[in-house]
Design a protein around this ligand. Structure first.
Ligand code: NDP
Length: 401
């Protein structure tokens, strides 16, 4: 019997819970808790309708460690799956330690008052989890998550040494709306407006946000503009693969998205510091979030595909080789299966897979783990079986840029 407690009833939480319910042999009992219980209940109704499985729901403010600890103790899960926001990571890890339960998330901790995400805060929990005999798995989404598993699998099976690694994240989906973010708008905008950063010859190279553009022809999507960005898995990849000389992350953005973003930034709407408005303090980016569509509402609107993968150049048996591992996910198919668009789907499925591997003991350990530290093979198998099939092919040579 493997009980799981999922925290966060957004798009990612919804997909993860649907996919868990489709695998009752692994997830024998599911409780979904979030700040707004009505959102949990709506997901529970959809899960019941689609899979016949009944899940429990609860209201929880996960910023409250005592309340979170009490809920974990009441539910008694084997694992807590944190699909709320990065701000809650440390509080939920504290609650897991207090209740003696394993932990998993899909995004690393970010302080609210600084648009800065780093693993250092969560890596600092290493000794506490190890001493408690518990496991915390960090970043089991797509990116971070699957991209690190693709890299680890490439290193295990395809290349003796990796010299350069490029992560290419393309969302070729179209909502028909002039401006929407495909995951939590506040987190998304903080990420996209941060300076670009990539790893080269043992150090970080910084540049202005969204200033370095390349066109890439994505399978089943077509040519798209993609931009050099910082992304959290660069930090864990650089740590666990010191052999890699250059690691870069690219994400596609349409012209309309960038035009809106530029205006919003110029007028101060993406600011994260408090501003006085009519006698009270508001944080502009939080107000903007309230105006933008919720990612979970984009499911019925989004058409097209995502294509996310890794291109690694290195050496195999003494010869240079470049390999591309990627997944293509269709927004409409994701919606038909779970009621959510592909960005939520490509994150929620790996969260379910990471949870399944922990619950079945295929991934186990004591302490805080990144995806690069664990055997990629069972994860790669499950991706193929649970809706995110991947392809691997040799490229003629390294990327020309
Ligand atoms: P949403 O904004 O759709 O959902 C977040 C949910 O968390 C909401 O239901 C919200 O509840 C809940 N929540 C927020 N604060 C609290 C709190 N204090 N206590 C309890 N619940 C809370 O986001 P997404 O589903 O799009 O994203 C979820 C997570 O997945 C984020 O951390 C995001 O960064 C990560 N992510 C990771 C990706 C990857 O590939 N690794 C890709 C995309 C997302 P309410 O609605 O009631 O406020």
């Amino acid at each position: 019997m493997s009980k799981v407690l999922v925290i966060g009833a957004g798009g990612v939480g919804s997909v993860a819970v649907h996919k868990m319910a489709m695998n009752p042999d692994i997830f024998s009992h599911i409780t979904l808790a979030s700040r707004t219980k009505a959102k949990c209940d709506a997901i529970a109704e959809s899960v019941k309708q689609r899979t016949g499985v009944t899940i429990d729901t609860a209201a929880l403010d996960a910023d409250d460690v005592a309340a979170t600890t009490a809920l974990i103790k009441a539910v008694q899960p084997k694992l807590v799956v944190n699909l709320a926001l990065p701000y809650q990571d440390l509080n939920i890890m504290d609650a897991c330690l207090a209740a003696g339960v394993n932990y998993l998330d899909t995004a690393n901790y970010e302080p609210r008052d600084e648009a800065k995400f780093e693993y250092k805060w969560q890596w600092a929990y290493q000794d506490r989890f190890r001493e408690a005999g518990l496991m915390a798995l960090l970043g089991s989404g797509f990116d971070p998550g699957v991209t690190s598993v693709f890299t680890t699998w490439t290193k295990k099976h395809l290349l003796d040494r990796i010299d350069t690694l490029d992560i290419l994240d393309c969302n070729g989906g179209d909502t028909g709306l002039p401006f929407a973010t495909n995951f939590n708008p506040e987190i998304n905008l903080r990420e996209v407006t941060a300076p670009s950063r990539h790893w080269e010859n043992g150090e970080w190279v910084e540049g202005p946000a969204l200033a370095h553009k390349q066109v890439f022809d994505f399978d089943q999507v077509g040519p798209k503009n993609m931009y050099l960005m910082y992304h959290e898995e660069l930090e864990s990849l650089a740590k666990f693969y010191p052999e890699i000389k250059r690691i870069r992350f690219w994400m596609t953005f349409g012209d309309s998205y960038l035009k809106h973003l530029e205006v919003l930034e110029n007028v101060g709407m993406t600011r994260i510091d408090p501003v006085k408005f009519q006698g009270q303090e508001i944080i502009p980016i939080q107000f903007l979030k309230a105006l933008l569509p919720e990612p979970a509402s984009l499911g019925p609107l989004t058409k097209g595909k995502t294509n996310i993968g890794t291109i690694a150049t290195g050496v195999k048996d003494g010869a240079e080789k470049t390999v591309y591992v990627n997944n293509v996910c269709d927004h409409e198919e994701a919606y038909a299966e779970t009621g959510n668009q592909a960005v939520s789907y490509t994150t929620g499925v790996p969260a379910m897979i990471g949870a399944a591997l922990m619950l079945t003991g295929q991934w186990k350990g004591e302490g805080v783990f990144n995806m690069e530290q664990l055997d990629p093979d069972p994860f790669m198998d499950m991706l193929n079986k649970h809706g995110l099939p991947w392809k691997v092919r040799d490229l003629d040579g390294p990327l020309a840029f």
